[in-house]
Write a protein that binds this ligand. Structure first.
Ligand code: FMN
Length: 205
């Protein structure tokens, strides 16, 4: 049996949905001028919030950069190769984590609010768990963008300290990824880079 046959026989989703999310979807740097609407942004976040996180802590914070003024402030902190595509993208999300996420324990975990005390005096672990779980949510974010029929272009090539100073000075918000979002333009993609196969990366004990 080929790997492809195994996958298709195992899918619980329609193959077209899996194509949209995984197999046909590509990282995108070239978008049409079509704006990303407020409804689309809300639809994306309605999906993102349902992805699992430790303690249900949901540390991801999202800043949508849409205006020309905010975009230029952001682009100034990007690696050279990321500047032009971000300038031309209809929308860019700054993904950050809240290092004081534990303060919301009674809201996100009302069945065990006392667990907040585990983190009160442990800033290092708060940063670690906040960063890890927000990065998990970033994966959900990319898939949510694809779920509403849009394309995502994630980037880590930027000066995070500079962006944090520019947009989040004096706060508990720490950026870790940028995502350009929009409708993919014709010819947006070149060759797909190779992926590891099952046997390259999987060990079963
Ligand atoms: C966390 C993350 C950071 C990335 N940073 C950059 C970046 O700074 N600049 C860039 O051009 N591409 C960046 N990429 C894009 C990757 O190179 C791309 O997703 C990967 O090659 C797979 O491409 P494909 O989805 O078209 O197969 C980033 C992707 C991820 C997920």
């Amino acid at each position: 049996m080929t790997a492809e046959l195994t996958v298709d026989e195992t899918l619980a989703l329609e193959p077209a949905a899996v194509d949209l999310l995984f197999r046909q979807a590509r990282t995108t740097s070239k978008f049409t001028d079509e704006p990303v609407t407020e409804e689309q942004r809300r639809a994306i976040m309605e999906l993102v919030k349902m992805g699992p996180t430790a303690f249900n802590n949901q540390p991801l914070r999202v800043t949508f950069v849409q205006s020309d003024e905010a975009r230029e402030r952001l682009v100034a902190h990007l690696a050279g190769g990321n500047q032009e595509k971000t300038r031309k993208a209809p929308l860019t999300a700054i993904l950050s984590y809240d290092s004081e996420w534990h303060e919301h324990f009674p809201t996100f975990n009302p069945v065990a609010p006392q667990m907040k005390s585990m983190f009160d005096d442990d800033a290092e672990n708060r940063h670690k768990m906040g960063n890890n779980n927000a990065n998990l949510q970033a994966g959900y974010f990319i898939m949510a963008v694809r779920s509403v029929g849009l394309a995502a272009g994630p980037m880590s090539g930027y000066d995070a300290a500079g962006v944090d100073e520019e947009f989040f000075a004096g706060s508990n918000t720490h950026s870790f990824m940028l995502v350009n979002i929009g409708r993919a333009a014709e010819g947006a993609w070149g060759e797909r880079l190779p992926r590891f196969d099952y046997d390259d990366v999987v060990t079963t004990l």
